[in-house]
Design a protein around this ligand. Structure first.
Ligand code: G3P
Length: 216
């Protein structure tokens, strides 16, 4: 499973990238706003940290097909690894269809059912981003959506890849890996939670104690 980090905080990206486990980065308008920096500035820094797909979303106010296409072309010019994130709307699908013909990579986001993912794949999306955490938040099994999309994409051999998004905890990561999802995009905090286990810590301490005792 490819691991992307879901943040616009370059400090978090640098730290996670130093582990050698990061395959890409996803951002969105809320994450960019939280960084307190301009979209172009933060994206230009991110592309120099991670040599992999970097998702940057069109402005939240860019909603018409022609405007989305214009903005997507500009975003794609920032760096060869840029992937343009486009919300799942009718105008967004129209834009994705045109952009895929131009060879511009797209990530259709804010996907909450498998039919949306199917349409995005048929439109030529490079990636789809189902938000499993936000479904869990409303008492709906987010992993059911991941499984449905995975089944449909495998049924028809779609090349579109699934980026499991809106990940809330380590069990989401585990479940995504168990169902064979292509990618999980993980917030920094959750990513760091994946590293440690209390028995690992206890074992390290015992090894250290035994070593020191035997080398007094
Ligand atoms: O990439 C999408 C992701 O950032 C959304 O996560 O926690 O806002 O549902 P969240």
């Amino acid at each position: 499973m490819k691991i992307f980090i879901d943040t616009a905080e370059v400090k978090e990206i640098r730290d996670a990238a130093s582990l050698g486990i990061i395959d890409g980065v996803t951002t969105n308008p809320s994450l960019i706003a939280k960084s307190g920096r301009k979209f172009e500035d933060v994206i230009k820094e991110i592309v120099e940290i991670v040599d992999g797909p970097i998702s940057g979303e069109v402005k939240a106010t860019t909603t018409e097909c022609d405007d989305i296409i214009k903005e997507a072309i500009e975003i794609s010019k920032i760096h060869k690894n840029m992937v343009v994130k486009i919300p799942m709307t009718k105008e967004g699908l129209k834009a994705v269809s045109e952009l895929s013909k131009k060879g511009i990579k797209t990530n259709v986001t804010l996907i909450f059912n498998a039919n949306q993912a199917l349409l995005a794949a048929k439109a030529g999306a490079t990636y789809v981003s189902p938000f499993l955490g936000r479904l869990d938040d409303i008492s709906t099994y987010g992993m059911d959506l991941i499984e449905d999309i995975n089944l449909i994409f495998n049924n028809y051999g779609f090349e579109t890849e699934i980026i499991c998004a809106s990940i809330r905890n380590p069990l989401h990561v585990l479940d995504c890996a168990k169902v064979g999802a292509d990618i999980a995009t993980i917030p920094y905090k959750v990513l760091m939670q994946l590293v440690d286990h209390p028995l690992t810590t206890i074992g390290i301490e015992k090894f250290k104690k035994d070593y020191l005792d035997s080398n007094k």
